[in-house]
Design a protein around this ligand. Structure first.
Ligand code: 13P
Length: 255
């Protein structure tokens, strides 16, 4: 089965939550609960928590990620963090193109592509987020929107570099709303992303790509979503801040 060809990855996206002290506490609580995971486990944390998070998880099976990075290596970009800075800290993962960046901070498909390129150039593994707004779903253009976002984000990315890309399908209407996509809706769009990637590269590359679902995934609905043939993991917001719930999701991905 194709699902066996790829790694299941459960990643927390902490968003703008937790001070360094609180980050250490949360990771200390999560660590023992996920130590036997049969999937990859990641926590993407605010920039100021990165060093604490790396220290707290050293020697564990939890990988640490940032929530964004700029496309330039350095320069006059007040408030931004570059990919070489993350590399210098040995941060392995970075989320790029989250819908909250696109909606509130003017991120476009073109800037997402530039950030993806910079992250890959610096050895990072990218969690690339795509997803439609409710209005677009209602207009019946979900497939077109998600395919376009995927194609532009991956411009200039080689097949070899694609091995360090995870795509997260996050329907914007499901994020932080408690409204989850049905397992069928999630699988349908994840499958469409996979066939888009197959068109850009090959089916071998597409079948090896980890595609996550994100949007109100929780301890209750994770198993059904993760059982879908094209859903290889989850990008978890709210539930990643609750150790028992996050661990339950990791367990569901470990089956
Ligand atoms: P919630 O799980 O809180 O809906 O957030 C999902 C998300 O945006 C993960 O990146």
């Amino acid at each position: 089965m194709n699902k066996a060809l790829r790694k299941a990855v459960i990643a927390g996206n902490w968003k703008m939550n937790k001070t360094p002290c609180e980050a250490r506490e949360l990771l200390e609580a999560i660590k023992p609960l996920v130590q036997n995971a049969k999937c990859d486990v990641v926590a993407c944390v605010p920039f100021v928590d990165l060093q604490t998070a790396l220290d707290a998880t050293a020697g564990s099976n939890i990988g640490i990620g940032a929530e964004n990075c700029h496309w330039e290596a350095s320069g006059a970009y007040t408030g931004e963090i570059s990919a070489p800075m993350l590399k210098a800290m040995s941060v392995p993962y970075v989320i790029i193109g989250h819908s909250e960046r696109r909606t509130y901070f003017g991120e476009t498909d073109v800037t997402v592509n530039k950030r993806v390129r910079a992250a890959l150039d610096n050895g990072l593994t990218v969690i690339l987020c795509v997803g439609e707004y409710l209005e677009q779903r209602e207009q019946g253009i979900t497939g077109e929107v998600v395919a376009l976002q995927t194609k532009i984000a991956l411009q200039g990315v080689s097949a070899d570099e694609l091995k360090r890309v995870i795509i997260a399908y996050e329907p914007v209407w499901a994020i932080g709303t408690g409204k989850t996509a049905t397992a069928e809706q999630a699988n349908e769009v994840c499958a469409l992303i996979r066939s888009t990637v197959a068109g850009l590269y090959s089916w071998a590359a597409a079948n090896a790509l980890t595609i996550q679902y994100g949007g109100s995934m929780n301890a209750q609905n994770a198993a059904e979503l993760l059982d879908q043939p094209d859903v290889d993991g989850g990008l978890i917001g709210g539930a990643s801040l609750k150790p028992a719930d996050f661990a339950e999701i990791v367990k569901a991905a470990s089956r």
